[in-house]
Design a protein around this ligand. Sequence first.
Ligand code: SF4
Length: 469
Amino acid sequence: MLVTVAYSVMTCYPIYMETAKRNPSAMRTPGAVLLISCYELGHRPIGLTRPLRALESAGFSPDTIDIAVETLDTEKVSRAEFIGISVPMHTALRLGVHLLQRIRELNPDVPICMYGLYAGLNADYLLSHGVDYCISGEVSTQLVELVQSLAKKKHTKAQKHPTITIGKLPALEKYAQFEDKDEVRTVGYTETTHGCKHLCTHCPIPPVYNGKFFPVQRDTVLDEIQKQVAEGATHITFGDPDFLNGPMHGLRILRAMHEICPDLTFDFTTKIEHILKHRKHFAEFAGLGCRFIISAVESLSDKALTILEKHHTRADVETALEIVHGAGIALRPTWVPFTPWTTLDDYLEILEFVNTHRLVYHVDLVQYAVRLLIPPGSYLLNRPETKALSFTFDQTVFSYMWSHSDPRMDELHKTVNALVEKDARTDVDTKDTFYRIWELAADMKGQPIPKRRSVLHLPAPRITEAWFC
Ligand code: SF4
């Protein structure tokens, strides 16, 4: 039987669809509920920690696997009565879909729920390819409701595995670390908000949250931080889509965190517009332990920035650099240099900008190879510039496909991508790869090979996981 229900919970816009009723039983048995995370940018997945906490509070004893740092425990999969797979991003979705086949081999009838941003965006495909439920938006609450409803349908007193010991989450040391010259710190992760009040067209968040964001209770965030500090974290990544959507909410949490753990350092992500608007807070952020800020600059081209609806200009980026660096914090820009609207000149402008501002160590090399992804439901599809290009959807990669009107850009993307992958494997210095990329782009344009600057590029703190998608 096919049942499809779409409803709204907590004033957000989750998607919850059910396709099949299977045979749930003994849902409260330890390990009966299994949560699997596929990938969360190298940090301990909040797609496990928050649903785990919510399910435990509701009387369940879930088990977890993070396949980014653990092998798939086939026993856990085989004994599960319900499996939730966290897919908050594109890479996680692709891994999750691959995982589905293996789970079905091990436990053919288990109800499977995919949850997170990309579960909502790709629900149509997932529900017709072996997934029973898709949830996005405020996932913890909805997961609890779903598991409770399955548990009510059939109570089985017999316990298939009465002596199971539930494993802990993987140690923080297994995840990416904070690095700054010789300083290495163990990293904890939390979020003070969900969603985002902005509507950048290339971002997967607006189709799910539609310009809304939701603060997480201060005590919940502080509790998560303190628990991770007890496990050895000395640096916290605030992974909110934009930490400054509610600046005072974030600031109050930072002040309280600093009171409790004065030596803790942290990083967060915010848009250029917010850096300019909230410039008065940056000296305090630095005093509270902020070491770097990530900002999605994406492009310096007015045309591309207009289509992506970023609401900043090259001059704003320069002002943001002055504000953040002036406070003694590093600004780490991220880029989307390959879009149908960015030209070879635009690409060269990014390289020149990074070089001029001595930012070579502030940019992860993978950023020079990022190619625009357009998932189903993307707000980009509403733009007239996109409609004019009539993209086709490729289900195998969960994205609309495009090629550049200038074939050199597609060729450059392939070459830079291969170079970045190769150099990452062989540990080449970031500066050498950066200049090699610049040489490739300049050569394609027929420009002279750029001279390597004798000035030192500024060192920059970072998290040792270079992927921000
Ligand atoms: S790119 Fe950042 S600011 Fe824009 S919608 Fe996404 S999270 Fe919000």
